[in-house]
Design a protein around this ligand. Structure first.
Ligand SMILES: N[C@@H](CCC(=O)N[C@@H](CS)C(=O)NCC(=O)O)C(=O)O
Length: 207
């Protein structure tokens, strides 16, 4: 039995649902985190001491950190396929962008997301949000330049790098903000929207 713990509107949970559908991996999802709670319970904390979502549970094996779970699931079900190739340099290139999502993109993108989506208008720090938009715009601009050369993040095919970053590009284009012109990023987003699994799990109202 494979169980994904986490509310469906979490970007990090969306990554797993999207990958599972792309690779036809069966799973059961349990709502946890946010209004669903559970993450503070002792039982959940033995599985994920961070008290965050997602967590993966598979016949007694547990794992946390969304990108680590992506790699694990792809290794089990898609190893060697373009989505998670075996060749070390090809794999390293994907890892590079996955780490970049967590370390470089998340910082400004989270400021904008929490400020605009999770904060009441009267409580917003508009200066911090404006700075976040500028910073995130620069980060997305870097990816735009990469996508000028190939249709997906590392080349011709969808990989785990697209999954880690793709959940966030829907939010970026959904925010009511002024964005820099990034035609290649927009074309990639449109390409992702054409994938049923992305449309179903990631391109939903941002909450
Ligand atoms: N680096 C972690 C971050 C996990 C994380 O921050 N999850 C958020 C949701 S995206 C969370 O659990 N928030 C608290 C909650 O939902 O209760 C990962 O990629 O899995």
């Amino acid at each position: 039995m494979r169980r994904i713990w986490g509310r469906a509107n979490s970007s990090n949970v969306m990554k797993l649902l999207w990958l599972a559908e792309e690779l036809s991996i069966p799973y059961e999802r349990v709502d946890a985190g946010g209004p669903f709670g559970i993450t503070d319970t002792a039982t959940y904390r033995t599985m994920n001491p961070n008290g965050l979502v997602p967590s993966l549970e598979e016949d007694g094996f547990t794992l946390w950190e969304s990108n680590a779970i992506l790699r694990y699931l792809a290794g089990e079900h898609g190893a060697g396929a373009p989505i998670w190739p075996a060749e070390p340099r090809a794999r390293a290139r994907i890892d590079q962008w996955m780490d970049w999502q967590q370390t470089t993109l998340n910082r400004p993108q989270t400021v904008v997301f929490l400020g605009l989506i999770r904060t009441k208008p009267e409580q917003r720090d508009t200066a911090a949000i404006a700075q976040g938009v500028i910073a995130a715009g620069k980060v997305w601009g870097l990816l735009d330049r990469e996508l000028a050369v190939h249709p997906y993040v590392v080349g011709e095919a969808l990989t785990l790098a697209d999954i880690a970053l793709g959940v966030h590009v829907h939010r970026w284009f959904s925010f009511e903000i002024e964005r820099p012109d990034t035609p290649h990023l927009r074309a990639w987003y449109d390409r992702l929207l054409g994938r049923p699994a992305y449309a179903r799990h990631c391109a939903q109202p941002v909450t």
